[in-house]
Design a protein around this ligand. Structure first.
Ligand SMILES: [Zn+2]
Ligand SMILES: [Zn+2]
Length: 234
């Protein structure tokens, strides 16, 4: 889907952010680890994207590899940030909520110790989705919507576009290590999920839409068949 441009935060799709490209305005989805702001802006410049046309930042969830550079990008671009209410406290403190970081495999506990206390610049979100409300992106010139898909974190958001593409970020992952590098067709857990039952319902919600290509925070995009396979494994 040409309207979704992957932005590489760590190489080999290990950590991704995305730009949703509209006719007149664009939306940045997630902001990488702390200190990624120039990496993101440079990649957009190389692809002839005018940063002044970015109208909105959507932060999909309150893990530091996704909101790490949100405060700085908000300042540089002077644009609003959209989040879900249930992850708001983490954005306002600059720290992820440790209690929701439940490792998906016991051997990943060490990694949790390394990342759980990371901090970044805090920010106050401008547009807050509450409850199960959907947010239409039409006002930003994009045909699609933002929906609440809790499970990975309580306030996780996904973006469903009208062209059968969706950004579901950390609802699942693909590849090896944190994502990319090799074996892109291999689907897997991300490091953490807060609530597997809620996640399963969120997949149901996502799969009730027509999506065919699903973009992830860690790893290459996956197709509907791969999403169904992961859903059934939950
Ligand atoms: Zn995450
Ligand atoms: Zn992540």
């Amino acid at each position: 889907m040409k309207s979704i441009l992957p932005i590489s935060i760590w190489p080999g799709s290990m950590i991704n952010a995305f730009l949703i490209k509209g006719e007149n305005q664009h939306i940045l989805v997630d902001t990488g680890v702390p200190g990624s702001e120039h990496k993101i802006l440079n990649q957009l410049e190389k692809r002839n994207i005018d940063k002044n046309k970015i109208g909105l930042i959507i932060v999909t969830h309150a893990h530091i590899d996704h909101f790490g550079s949100a405060a700085r990008l908000k300042k540089i671009l002077n644009i609003p940030i959209l989040v879900h209410k249930l992850d708001e406290a983490a954005y306002c403190s600059g720290k992820a909520d440790k209690s929701t970081m439940k490792v998906n495999k016991p051997q990943w506990k060490l990694f949790k110790l390394l990342v759980q206390n990371q901090e970044t610049s805090k920010f106050k979100p401008d547009i807050i989705i509450e409850g199960d409300a959907t947010y239409d992106l039409e006002r930003w010139g994009i045909k699609g919507k933002v929906i609440h898909t809790p499970g990975h974190t309580p306030g996780s958001l996904s973006i469903i576009l009208d062209n059968n593409a969706a950004i579901i970020m950390d609802m699942m992952a693909s590849g090896i290590l944190l994502g990319g590098l090799m074996f892109h067709s291999r689907i897997k857990h991300p490091l953490f999920h807060d609530d597997l039952k809620a996640l399963k319902s969120s997949f149901k919600k996502v799969l009730s839409e027509k999506g065919e290509q699903f973009y992830l925070g860690h790893g290459k995009p996956v197709n509907r068949k791969q999403v169904l396979k992961y859903y059934h494994s939950l």
